[in-house]
Ligand binder design. Structure first.
Ligand code: ADP
Ligand code: MG
Length: 382
């Protein structure tokens, strides 16, 4: 860990290992971390943590060590210096590394994209909704299917850290590698379009799925930097990435600046941050509608725009006669939502799809519930 004093570079601390380096970064014992590709445990999250501490990162690579440099590049490091660099070169490299804008949002990844990643990128559509199982996954799965049926290349990604269920909805084996493997590869700098394709099987024509965590207690594996990288790689090779995420958006602890600790809600927050469009799903009953209005306020507070609002499981028995008109006027008054998509409760058809482990198009192509979700797809690509 080094710092700059006038025209000199001062060593702030010679760190013995990665935890030592991260501690030094938190204590701001320097401005730039010099890291070798041989540093044990160095991964995407560690680099992100350093940058969140406003510490620049400089790779120290032996001349000719192309593999080492490539590894560091995969982790987003763009500045390098040799171990025996003469003083002026070292000084220039440190100053160059300082100049890398420190980011609290991870936007540096985009700025530092490698040439193959400047290619056209698919849109990221995040399906979010408040607590209480309003039908986020049902909408996400069928929305993804409708987009694929419409001729688009789609990747459905489950980043739910509370109750992932895309795999169950589509009857994909629990053992499928999914998001945990993708995040691990992202952390180690080995996730690219090819390795992503191996992790996300095609379940329907043009629809590939990266399944969620097989058990919720593995949520610490879904760290923000890795989730961001997974979505970035996913969008390189498709037209639309549909993301299913958990409902809770609160900062997990008061020490939200304690960036090193993993936080459970970061997967959803990261997805919402990188989203090109957000589909918000609420349940069509008094409890669900109240949560939906609150949820819309919460998103607005985070400066996330709700592009499409869906009221799911709509039925007159829970909201009274003429449910459509009622809900439209209620959402307009309290949520400022003008044209919500209303999806009826249809236990028979939705259960049939769930039982068969497939999408509504396969079991009930002419149903109102399917065509309502198809209109969400139309709104998303409008
Ligand atoms: N429109 C609907 N009609 C009937 N059942 C529905 C409908 N939407 C969702 N469901 C059912 O509600 C339950 C929760 O849906 P799910 O999509 O898993 O919720 P979430 O992802 O929000 O937790 C599932 O059993 C699903 O089949
Ligand atoms: Mg779900």
């Amino acid at each position: 860990m080094v710092g700059r004093l006038g025209s000199r570079v001062l060593v702030g601390r010679r760190c013995v290992d990665l935890p030592d380096l991260l501690a030094a970064a938190h204590a701001r014992l320097g401005d730039v971390a010099l890291v070798s590709p041989r540093l044990r445990g160095l991964d995407l999250s560690a680099i992100r943590d350093l940058r969140l501490c406003s510490v620049g990162v400089l790779g120290v690579v032996d001349p000719g060590d192309e593999a080492g440099e490539a590894l560091l590049r995969q982790l987003g490091i763009r500045a390098f210096v040799g171990p025996d660099a003469p003083a002026p070169d070292l000084y220039g490299a440190v100053v160059g590394a300082l100049a890398v804008p420190s980011s609290t949002e991870g936007s540096d990844e985009t700025e530092e994209a490698t040439p193959d990643e400047v290619a056209p990128r698919g849109r990221v559509v995040v399906v979010w909704g408040p607590a209480g199982a309003p039908g986020r996954t049902t909408v996400a799965v069928n929305l993804a299917a409708e987009l694929a049926l419409d001729g688009r290349e789609v990747v459905l990604v489950d980043v739910d850290t509370q109750a992932a269920s895309v795999a169950q909805h589509l009857a994909i084996l629990d053992e499928a590698p999914g998001i945990a493997s993708a995040c691990r590869a992202a952390e180690h700098g080995t996730l690219d379009v090819t390795s992503f394709a191996r992790l996300a099987p095609e379940v329907l024509p043009r629809l590939r799925v990266l399944t969620g965590l097989p058990s919720a207690d593995r949520w610490p594996e879904l760290r923000a930097g890795a989730v961001e990288r997974v979505l970035d790689v996913a969008r390189l090779d498709c037209d639309v990435v549909v993301v299913d995420c958990a409902s809770c958006l609160e900062d997990d602890d008061e020490l939200s600046y304690d960036t090193v600790a993993p936080r459970r809600n970061m997967a959803a927050l990261t997805a919402l941050e990188v989203a090109d469009q957000v589909v918000v799903v609420g349940a069509g009953d008094p409890v669900g509608l109240q949560r939906l209005v609150r949820g819309l306020q919460e998103l607005a507070g985070r400066e996330v725009e709700a592009g499409v609002v869906v009221v799911n499981r709509l039925r007159a028995s829970a909201v009274g006669p003429r449910p459509t008109a009622r809900i439209q006027s209620l959402l307009e008054r309290f949520g400022g939502v003008e044209d919500p998509v209303l999806v009826p409760l249809d236990v028979e058809r939705v259960d049939a799809a769930l039982l068969a482990g497939t999408v509504l198009h396969d079991v009930a192509p002419d149903s109102a519930v399917r065509s309502a979700i198809a209109s969400v797809a139309a709104a998303v690509v409008r």
